[in-house]
Design a protein around this ligand. Structure first.
Ligand code: ZN
Length: 133
């Protein structure tokens, strides 16, 4: 069994200009990828020190979505982390960053969680375009 149940990408923004770029990305993500787009967080939330929105996606989506983020992040910082049963390690030790590394607050993250607490991904996009179109 794959210990990675799903992934998150957190798209960070600090300024109105960066928020506009994040919105540009969000539209294109929704058009291209079957993912669960989280709502906008305009302020620090949870372990995240910077305003952001979350994109949750299943393991098979990684192979196309993460390379797309590499080429389309418009200079924004993106945290990509796995979801296992160890949230602290997922965010702090086993994550990858695109762009500048942002602060993550470890005190918010528990060492381990129970399996049933990890919600399944429920995609809320209806992609109509191929990833690289
Ligand atoms: Zn996350």
């Amino acid at each position: 069994m794959n210990p990675i149940m799903s992934y998150h990408a957190h798209i960070y923004f600090r300024t109105p200009a960066e928020r506009a770029r994040a919105a540009w990305m969000r539209e294109r993500i929704a058009e291209r990828f079957l993912v669960q787009l989280g709502r906008w967080h305009e302020q620090r939330i949870g372990p995240h020190d910077v305003a952001m929105y979350q994109v949750a996606f299943d393991v098979p989506v990684f192979a196309t979505f993460v390379p797309w983020l590499m080429l389309n992040r418009k200079g924004l910082s993106v945290l990509v982390h796995p979801n296992t049963l160890a949230p602290r390690a997922d965010h702090l030790h086993n994550a990858l960053w695109l762009g500048d590394v942002q602060k993550v607050h470890p005190e918010i993250l528990s060492e381990r969680i129970e399996a049933h607490q990890e919600d399944a991904i429920v995609p809320n996009t209806q992609p109509t375009l191929a990833p690289w179109s």
